[in-house]
Design a protein around this ligand. Structure first.
Ligand code: 2RA
Length: 335
C-alpha cells in the first residue's frame, strides 16, 4: 500500500538529496510533503520531476503521514519528533538528539538490521552522523577478525556544514584569485586553500563533538561498548565527499587481501591498484553516488590500514534514511 511521507528540512542539502533518492528508488509513495521552518515556506523542493511547495513544519499535522524523515538539525528534531510520533507517524531522525538514547535504535543499513524488528507503533529510528556510517559499514565487515582498536583521521568536505559553507569555500576561492580579502562567516578560519583541525565544540579533554560522535556512535552501532577508538576530525576545502584514513587492530591478523575480500563482500567498491590507471579513489569520484569506496588497503606493523571515500550527503545520509524507510516498509510498519 502506498504511503504519505514528510521530509522535514526539505530545502537544505540533505533534504534535497533525500527527496531525490526517494524518487529514484521508486518507493510506494502516494504523496510527499516538503516541510521546513516557516521562513522557507513556499520555496520549491523537487521530488523527482515533481515540484513541491515547501510547507511550514510549525503548522503541519503529522497525522497526514505514515512516515516523517527529519533532516533539519537538532532544534527541529527536539521540537517535532515526538509530536509526529504522537500523531501516529513513524520517524527516521538524522540529528544528534536521539543517537545516544538507550531506548532508540541507532540504525545503519547492513550493520544492525535486527534492531528494526519489533519496534511497535510509530517507531523512532535514529540515523548516525555521516562521518560514522561508511566507517561503521567497513568495520562491521572486519568484525569477524575481532576489532580491538580503531584509529581514524577524517577529511570532511564543507557540504557537511551546509549550503552556506559551500558558498563560503567558493567565494573565498574567487576572492583570493582576485586579490580581495576572503570573508569568513561559517568557519572561524579561512577554509579555501587551508585545513581546519577542529569540527564542533570541544569538551574538557579537548575532544571535539565530531570526534566524540565517531567514538560513541561506532561503539553503539557495532555493539562493542569497549572498542578503543581514536578519531581526529578535520575540515578540508572540498565541496562534496568525505575521506577517512583508518587503522585497525584486530585479534586475528588480517592480510590486506583478506580485508579487501571482506569489504567487497558487503558491497564496498574496492579500487586499489597503486600501479594501475586508477590507483585509488578520492572524494571527487565518490561524490554524486551512493557507494563507499575503499583504497590503499595495507598492513602496517601489527595493524591494517585503509582509505575510505564516500559522498557525505548522498551515500552517508540520504542513502541511510531511504534504506531505513525501505527496511521499515519491508517489516510492515506502515501496513
Ligand atoms: C559534518 N558530520 O560533516 C558533520 C555534519 N553532521 O560536518
Amino acid at each position: 500500500e502506498a504511503i504519505r511521507v514528510a521530509v522535514v528540512g526539505a530545502t537544505n542539502l540533505v533534504g534535497q538529496a533525500v527527496l531525490e533518492l526517494l524518487a529514484e528508488r521508486d518507493l510506494p509513495i502516494e504523496r510527499v510533503y516538503a516541510l521546513d521552518v516557516a521562513d522557507k515556506e513556499g520555496e520549491s523542493a523537487y521530488y523527482g520531476n515533481l515540484e513541491l511547495d515547501t510547507l511550514a513544519v510549525e503548522e503541519f499535522d503529522f497525522a497526514n503521514v505514515a512516515l516523517a524523515i527529519f533532516v533539519a538539525g537538532s532544534d527541529l528534531s527536539r521540537q517535532y519528533v515526538q509530536a509526529a510520533r504522537a500523531a501516529g507517524a513513524a520517524v527516521i531522525d538524522f540529528s544528534a538528539v536521539y543517537r545516544h538514547a538507550a531506548d532508540v535504535p541507532l540504525y545503519a543499513p547492513q550493520i544492525n538490521d535486527k534492531l528494526l524488528d519489533d519496534l511497535g507503533e510509530a517507531p523512532l529510528v535514529s540515523v548516525p552522523n555521516c562521518t560514522v556510517t561508511p566507517l561503521a559499514q567497513a568495520l562491521v565487515a572486519l568484525k569477524p577478525a575481532g576489532l580491538q582498536r580503531v584509529t581514524v583521521t577524517t577529511f570532511q568536505s564543507v557540504s557537511g556544514s551546509g549550503q552556506a559553507a559551500l558558498e563560503e569555500l567558493a567565494s573565498q576561492t574567487t576572492a583570493l584569485f582576485s586579490q580581495r580579502d576572503a570573508e569568513m562567516e561559517v568557519f572561524p578560519k579561512r577554509i579555501a586553500f587551508n585545513v581546519l583541525p577542529l569540527i564542533g565544540a570541544v569538551d574538557e579533554q579537548g575532544v571535539s563533538e565530531e570526534e566524540l560522535s565517531v567514538e560513541q556512535e561506532l561503539r553503539k552501532l557495532l555493539a562493542l561498548p569497549a572498542l578503543a577508538v581514536e578519531a581526529s576530525c578535520v575540515r578540508v576545502p572540498v565541496f562534496f565527499g568525505h575521506g577517512w584514513a583508518v587503522t585497525v587492530q584486530t585479534e586475528d591478523a588480517l592480510s590486506a587481501e583478506k580485508a579487501r575480500e571482506l569489504l567487497a563482500a558487503v558491497g564496498m567498491q574496492i579500487v586499489d591498484d597503486p600501479a594501475g590507471e586508477m590507483p585509488y579513489v578520492t572524494p571527487l569520484e565518490a561524490s554524486g553516488n551512493e557507494a563507499v569506496w575503499v583504497s590503499r588497503v595495507r598492513r602496517q606493523g601489527n595493524a591494517l590500514s585503509f582509505w575510505l571515500a564516500a559522498d557525505n550527503i548522498r551515500a552517508a545520509i540520504a542513502q541511510s534514511c531511504v534504506a531505513t524507510a525501505m527496511a521499515l516498509m519491508k517489516r510492515g510498519y506502515f501496513a
